[in-house]
Design a protein around this ligand. Structure first.
Ligand code: ADP
Ligand code: MG
Length: 242
């Protein structure tokens, strides 16, 4: 059974029809990589999944809850679906550890000591235990992004959404972030990853989805999409970025 199901999802911004009937299922533990040209609706799709955007039409189901139910508890949804963005959005006045423990303490009412234990464990997982007391401004972009991942993991999500999380990084810092994501995938996390890192898509992705102009053009195993794309638009896109 699928952990995440998206059924006929549409999103309009006024007259702009951005998502035009997206259907997608994601298995537990699966890593799905979403690629496509700028403006094709990738970010909007991820943002609809945790209701940062309100879908115009369609259904999103996570395990036992309907995310798109107007009565759904948004806090609970965002605990279960973690998201990391291109811009790290860390709280500048909080240390790395405080950034990670904030939500468990405030939202989950976790005792501070327990939250700090969890926070240290997660910072260790992303290779930053020694930077726990550093402020974001004292960290490199790659380190900040790894803190952002630890922060999302602190809510113990069932699914993680990554929206071009390495796009704002200097090239030499990209690998450390991708390595953390790779480890997360190995640990069995269910992940939707929007990225231009085709090496990552090939190596870590179970499935690649190519989107263009608000529709899924094709999907398949990375090997198949990259070496034998079925659609002209996919071929064109790949020839531009590879
Ligand atoms: P991608 O992530 O694939 O680059 P986006 O999902 O960011 O694409 O954007 C898809 C389209 O939706 C673009 O034309 C963009 O300008 C438009 N769009 C995104 N967010 C908004 C918004 N909040 N209001 C109006 N238009 C938006
Ligand atoms: Mg985007």
């Amino acid at each position: 059974m699928s952990l995440l199901k998206i059924i006929n999802l549409h999103k309009r911004f006024g007259d702009l029809h951005v998502l035009k009937g997206i259907n997608m299922e994601v298995e537990k533990g699966e890593v799905v990589v979403i690629i496509g040209p700028s403006g094709s609706g990738k970010s909007t799709l991820l943002r609809c999944i945790n209701r940062l955007e309100e879908p115009t039409e369609g259904k999103i189901i996570l395990d036992d809850i309907e995310v798109t139910n107007p009565k759904a508890d948004l806090n609970r949804i965002r605990q279960r679906i973690g998201m990391v963005f291109q811009q790290f959005n860390l709280f500048p006045h909080l240390t790395a550890l405080q950034n990670v423990t904030l939500a468990p303490i405030k939202v989950k009412k976790m005792p501070k000591e327990e939250a700090e234990e969890l926070g240290m464990r997660l910072l260790e997982k992303v290779g930053l235990a020694d930077k726990a007391d550093y402020y974001p401004s004292q960290l490199s972009g790659g380190q900040q992004q790894r803190v952002a991942i630890a922060r999302a993991l602190a809510m113990n999500p069932e699914v993680m959404l990554f929206d071009e999380v390495t796009s704002a990084l200097d090239p030499e810092l990209v690998k450390e972030v991708l390595d953390v994501m790779k480890q997360l995938a190995k640990d069995g996390m269910t992940m939707l990853v929007v990225t231009h890192e085709m090496g990552f898509a090939r190596e870590v992705g179970d499935r690649v989805i190519f989107m263009d102009q608000g529709v899924i053009i094709e999907e398949g195993k990375p090997e198949q999409i990259f070496t034998n794309p079925q659609h002209e638009r996919t071929r064109k896109f790949l020839s531009m970025i590879l």
